[in-house]
Design a protein around this ligand. Structure first.
Ligand code: EPZ
Length: 436
């Protein structure tokens, strides 16, 4: 059953107030779900966000023979001695992050087969870096109709020097995990340094892994066999993208809003962007407060160039563009990471925004513009959340279809938004036929 969000907009009034809590990070959970394959005993994850991608992973693990037990937000995964190393097509294609499982499974069980991973419509999402990396570690790669069959050499994967031609978050995570079970030392160059990577590597190190350069772009990883669970569980960090989305919403429609349970030290780029725009932020240890009564209206326009961490995150680009439709002036937005991640702007223009697409990587946003509620289709999880923000600040009613996309990255978001006064409900599409 598909569902949609129905939003009654505030028409530019700043009425949201109260506290909205940030959940565990989707993109910290993704690599953590690949970690159980390199541990000798069951691995537990705490503060787990209850997302659709977690449910898909449970289904995928069941097909592999990995057992999942859950106690509220603590999930424990037990990997058996033998598994069926075939990622089921129908699940893996719906979750790009399934690529993370291929490295640890190949390293531990000697072979893995999987479909070209699916995911969002934000770009072609190639996996050449993964295939080149497996070959560098001695594996053979066969491709047949976009299905991949990879087998490790006799004796298992060999340590290698791998230079990533682009900084890839999941490639860095996948090869860091695989390298721990390889023979010899692996050097990863031009590694990504997102906080979700650093936190995982520190946990692996605390579990006995020998990794040098954690937090830098060069990782030296010694193979050494399965790890022992020294710490009882791995705590999933707060979601910095969710926190950034809530900050943007609070800046646009908040009277007095607290974003609680976040990690401000991971939010430098969005804090700088909002401060430059004139948004008053008071930053605590684990929360940030925005009170609109002190904010200038309208905000100043600020240019954006997305960049690997610690630069401006591409995952916050769509919500930030909605913010810029309400700021005074022209803002240039340069999306440097994905070639398809600006297509959502056409729907914002239908709502009344004035955004000109200069090329697949650049738009020019003129503000401020009044937005009017429309019926929209979420193309991916981040643009879907951006449409919800646009619907909340617009005049009138919006219907945002494909709620599943949003549920992949934001747990029960409508309940938390209602908690600060937004008028948003979820509706099963069966009753929505007339609005399409
Ligand atoms: C991770 O995706 C995140 N997903 C993405 O979040 C995020 O947008 C992205 O990093 C960039 O920060 C998870 O962590 C689960 P990349 P990932 O490999 O690792 C190119 C969200 O909304 N590339 O860092 O798949 C790629 O096309 C999601 O939460 C190759 O060319 O992204 C892109 O241009 C969306 N070949 C660039 O690298 C490859 O083999 C960076 O992508 C792999 C990637």
């Amino acid at each position: 059953m598909t569902s949609s969000f129905i939003v009654s907009g505030l028409g530019g009034r700043k009425l949201l107030s109260g506290t909205i809590r940030v959940n565990g990070s989707k993109n910290a959970l993704a690599p953590a779900l690949a970690a159980p394959f390199i541990f000798r005993e069951p691995l537990s994850l705490a503060h787990t966000p209850l997302l659709e991608d977690l449910r898909r992973t449970e289904e995928l693990f069941a097909a592999l023979g990995v057992e999942t037990t859950a106690q509220e937000r603590t999930y424990t995964f037990t990997v058996p001695k033998i598994i069926n190393p075939v990622l089921p097509e129908d699940i893996a294609k719906r979750m790009r992050a399934s690529i993370l499982f291929t490295g640890p499974i190949l390293a531990r069980f000697g072979s893995v087969s999987f479909p070209h991973p699916g995911g969002c419509v934000i770009g072609e999402r190639p996996i050449d870096i993964f295939l080149d990396g497996y070959r560098a570690m001695g594996a053979s790669v066969k491709v047949n109709k976009r299905h991949y069959y990879i087998s490790a050499p006799k004796g298992g994967l060999r340590g290698a020097m791998i230079y990533f031609r682009v900084q890839s978050v999941t490639a860095t995570e996948t090869f860091a995990l695989a390298a721990l079970l390889a023979r010899g030392t692996t050097i990863l160059k031009n590694a990504a340094v997102e906080p979700e990577i650093t936190a995982l590597l520190r946990f692996l190190e605390a579990s006995g892994a020998r990794i040098e350069g954690i937090g830098t772009h060069t990782l030296v990883i010694r193979g050494g066999g399965l790890l022992a669970c020294k710490a009882p569980r791995y705590e999933i960090m707060p979601d910095r993208i969710e926190a950034g989305c809530f900050l943007i919403l609070a800046a646009l429609a908040g009277r007095d809003v607290t974003i609680a349970g976040c990690e401000p030290s991971h939010l430098d780029s969005i804090i700088a962007f909002l401060s430059d725009a004139g948004v008053p932020l008071s930053i605590g240890k684990r929360n940030i407060v925005i009170s609109a009564k002190k904010s200038r209206v309208p905000y100043r326009s600020v240019n954006i160039k997305t960049h690997e961490y610690p630069g401006f995150p591409t995952d916050l680009q769509a919500p930030a563009v909605v913010f810029l439709t309400q700021a005074a002036g022209d803002a240039a937005v340069f999306e440097t990471i994905f070639e398809g991640r600006l297509n959502y702007v056409h729907e914002l223009n239908r709502m009344g925004a004035s955004i000109r697409m200069m090329d697949p990587h650049r738009v020019l946003v003129k503000g401020p513009t009044k937005l009017v509620g429309k019926t929209l289709e979420s193309p991916d999880l981040r643009a879907g959340l951006a449409y919800i923000i646009a619907g909340i600040i617009a005049n009138g009613r919006s219907v945002i279809h494909n709620a599943y996309h949003v549920d992949r990255g934001y747990e029960q978001v409508e309940e938390r938004l209602r908690g600060i006064g937004a008028n948003i409900v979820r509706m099963d599409d069966v009753g929505m036929a007339e609005t399409r």
